[in-house]
Design a protein around this ligand. Structure first.
Ligand SMILES: O=C(CO)COP(=O)(O)O
Length: 242
C-alpha cells in the first residue's frame, strides 16, 4: 500500500510565535484523522527546532524546505542533512520550482540534495513540474520524464516522495484538472523502479478541491502551499473525504 502524505509547505511564512499558535489550533483538529494519513509540515529553518520540541511524540512530522548536499564545510548560509536529522526532522522538500526559479537550482543539484538527505536518514520530497510555456508547447511529458530521471540518479526509491507541481498551478488558484494531474503522475510512476513511491500533487490545492484530487487512483497526497497556512483549512485537507 502506498502511503498517503498530506504536507504543508509554508514557504517563507510564520515566525516561531506564529508557528506555535498554528500548532495549538491545528493539532486538535486532526486528532481523529485516519492513522494511515501522514501529516507533514515543511517550515522555515528557524521554526524547525521549536516545533520539533512542541510536536515530540505526536503524529505531525516536520520537513525542511531545502538542504545542502555536503555534510559540512565553508558554505555560508547553508544547512546540512545531519543538522536536520539531529533535531528530529523527517522530510525535506528538494528542487521546488521556486528554488529552481529564484536560486538557480537544477536537476543535478536536486539529485545531490536527494542523495545527501537519504544518507542522513531524511525522506526527500523531490518536486518536479512543467512551466506554462512548456505545457503550451506540448513538452510536459518530456520535461517531467527528464526531471525525474536526472533527479533520481543513484537514488534509493524505497525512501522517497515525489511531488508533481505544475508551475502554472502554484499560487495561482488555477489547479491542474484532477484527471490531468492523475495522468502525469501515472507517467511519473512509469519511470520508477519502485511502484510504491508516494507521489503527491501540488498547486492550488485547497479545502474545496482536495476531495476530487485525492479520489484519483495515482495521487497519493498533496503538497499544499497557501492553504496550509491556516489551521482550519489545512485540517480540512488532511480530513479529505475519499
Ligand atoms: O508550491 C506549492 C507547494 O509546494 C503549492 O503552493 P500553493 O498551494 O500555494 O499553490
Amino acid at each position: 500500500m502506498r502511503k498517503i502524505i498530506i504536507a504543508g509547505n509554508w514557504k517563507m511564512h510564520k515566525t516561531q510565535a506564529e508557528a506555535q499558535a498554528f500548532l495549538q489550533e491545528f493539532k486538535p483538529l486532526i486528532e481523529d484523522a485516519a492513522e494511515s494519513r501522514e501529516v507533514v509540515l515543511c517550515v522555515p529553518f528557524t521554526d524547525l527546532s521549536g516545533m520539533s520540541q512542541q510536536l515530540h511524540g505526536g503524529r505531525v512530522r516536520l520537513g525542511a524546505q531545502n538542504v545542502h548536499w555536503e555534510p559540512s564545510g565553508a558554505y555560508t548560509g547553508e544547512i546540512s542533512a545531519a543538522m536536520l536529522a539531529e533535531i528530529g526532522i523527517h522530510y525535506v522538500v528538494i528542487g521546488h520550482s521556486e528554488r529552481r526559479q529564484y536560486f538557480g537550482e537544477t536537476d543535478e543539484t536536486a539529485n545531490l540534495r536527494v542523495l545527501a538527505a537519504q544518507k542522513a536518514g531524511l525522506i526527500p520530497i523531490l518536486c518536479v513540474g512543467e512551466s506554462k510555456a512548456q505545457r503550451d508547447a506540448g513538452e510536459t511529458e518530456q520535461v517531467i520524464i527528464d526531471q525525474v530521471k536526472k533527479g533520481l540518479v543513484n537514488v534509493d526509491q524505497s525512501n522517497l516522495v515525489i511531488a508533481y507541481e505544475p508551475i502554472w498551478a502554484i499560487g495561482t488558484g488555477d489547479t491542474c484538472a484532477a484527471t490531468e494531474a492523475n495522468r502525469v503522475i501515472g507517467l511519473i510512476r512509469e519511470q520508477l523502479t519502485n511502484s510504491q513511491v508516494t507521489i503527491q500533487y501540488g498547486g492550488s490545492v485547497n479545502a474545496n478541491n482536495v476531495d476530487e484530487i485525492m479520489a484519483q487512483s495515482e495521487i497519493d497526497g498533496a503538497l499544499v502551499g497557501g492553504a496550509s497556512l491556516e489551521p482550519q483549512s489545512l485540517a480540512r485537507i488532511v480530513n479529505f473525504q475519499p
